[in-house]
Design a protein around this ligand. Structure first.
Ligand SMILES: *Cc1c(COP(=O)(O)O)cnc(C)c1O
Length: 434
């Protein structure tokens, strides 16, 4: 791949001119820096940019509220009562699920708790949970509290798959080994689709198969994977998954999150769960005080608790339609592989000691896997000296990326709104400061 790239500016401009998705940038508001020019926005892994269509779609709901009051539940242009239905099919396409296997609701960590309430049923012999390290703090808090909730001690019940000495990412074979070794004691394996820190894309299919072979339930946190890489949750037989929508899905701060429950579980009304009225069969939902028996919808909707948060769902509608217009996640992934591959090429070619290996830098090390199928769009750069200073310089030069203690700069060029020329400018600024 790298042989097909070149480090001069004209080449970046040529890649942009040839990019079939280049017009999609115009569908987003790109924040401006102090000098009035567009920031190089590589922070879509924290908060995706605002689709221009979001304002109008939110205003529509506000108008319907103003005009119709309670009647908007059934009479709004997009009736609020079934608002979540508008998200179902585009969401299912993004995660490779059947429409009945997905539901947009709550926020990510809340959904993780709801899934664990169903799928973490520790017994005397099988009570452990396997996660990767470092996991996102919220996931660790949630999982430890789940363990405590069942009267157990996280010290004995939480197992971590770590990178080997001198390495930054976790080898799939090491996860599989832990599963094999502790298979009888593990109740749940919960791994990120893509690790938030290193950008490592895990082999979801392989981990799922290894765990299920030992009778273990497998869930994935797709916060950094959804809208970033193609997923096939139904085919891969994943038991459950959760994700948020404000990162690569560009649905705005605190946007409504998502959950996947494989159909073999989703249709099982016997599964224990934390219930609320919107998880109940719509036919009896309004006979609440007459038929107090909870009858779950035999789909992922059976985990829905409350009525849909329309104002938080509206921008997600706008955003998901952009994914469809762009030709879906496969088309975006094709550009993404090129964009991030180009970034890696430039970082390496602008180095003083370029020998083509990942971990040779004098001043920084790319800790994201080199292999395309082991990463999404994110590239994490570990800075050996004065990391905060370098980060400050990047910010001053109009780059919006983020810093993770103690020394990692995360950059995420996204195919919907970033350009090859931005990648070139970023690499040029980085090289100037190394
Ligand atoms: C972003 C992120 C979260 C955020 O959780 P919220 O409940 O949306 O606040 C959780 N876990 C992972 C892995 C994340 O990347």
């Amino acid at each position: 791949m790298s042989r097909t790239f070149s480090a001069d500016e004209e080449f970046a401009q040529k890649l942009d001119a040839e990019d079939p998705l280049r017009s999609f940038r115009n569908k987003f508001h790109v924040p401006l820096g102090k000098d009035g020019s567009s920031l190089i926005y590589f922070a879509g892994n924290s908060l995706g940019l605002m689709p221009k269509a979001a304002r109008q779609i939110v205003e529509q709901e506000l108008d319907d509220w103003a005009k119709l009051g309670v009647d908007a539940h059934l009479e709004a242009r997009t009736p609020w009562y079934s608002y979540h239905e508008t998200l179902r099919e585009p969401t299912a396409r993004l995660v490779g699920a059947k429409p009945s296997e997905v539901i947009c609701m709550n926020s990510l960590t809340v959904n993780l708790h709801l899934m664990m309430a169903t799928f973490y049923r520790p017994t005397k012999s099988r009570f452990k949970i396997l996660m990767e390290e470092p996991a996102f703090p919220s996931d660790t808090y949630a999982i430890k509290s789940q363990i405590v909730h069942h009267g157990l001690d996280p010290k004995g019940a939480l197992m971590l798959a770590r990178p080997r000495e001198g390495e930054y990412t976790v080898r799939t074979e090491d996860i599989v080994d832990l599963i094999e070794k502790h298979g009888d004691q593990l109740a749940v394996v919960l791994i990120a689709g893509i690790n938030f820190f290193t950008g490592q894309l895990f082999d979801i299919e392989k981990i799922t198969a290894a765990a299920q072979k030992r009778g273990i339930t497998v869930g994935f946190d797709l916060a950094h994977a959804v809208g970033n890489v193609p997923l096939a949750l139904n085919d891969w037989n994943v038991d459950f998954a959760v994700w948020c929508s404000y990162k690569y899905l560009n649905a705005g701060p605190g946007a409504v999150a998502g959950a996947f429950v494989h159909e073999r579980h989703a249709t099982n009304r016997e599964l224990p769960r934390l219930a609320g009225w919107f998880g109940n069969d719509p036919n009896t939902r309004f006979r609440l005080h007459l038929e107090p028996e909870f009858i779950p919808v035999p789909s992922a909707d059976g985990w829905q608790i409350s009525n849909p948060p329309v104002l938080s769902m509206a921008p997600l509608r706008a955003s998901l339609s952009i994914f469809d217009e762009a030709g879906g996640i496969e088309a975006l992934r094709a550009k993404s592989i090129k964009l991030t591959g180009y970034l890696q090429f430039l970082i390496e070619s602008k180095r003083p000691s370029n020998a083509g290996a990942a971990r040779i830098s004098d001043s920084y090390t790319v800790i994201t896997p080199r292999e395309t199928d082991a990463r999404g769009c994110q590239m994490s750069i570990l800075v050996h000296e004065h990391p905060k200073e370098l980060f400050g310089k990047l910010e001053a030069a109009g780059v919006k990326c983020d810093f993770r203690e103690p020394n990692v700069i995360r950059t995420a060029p996204t195919p919907l709104y970033n350009t090859f020329h931005e990648v070139w400018r970023f690499a040029t600024i980085l090289a100037a400061h190394q």
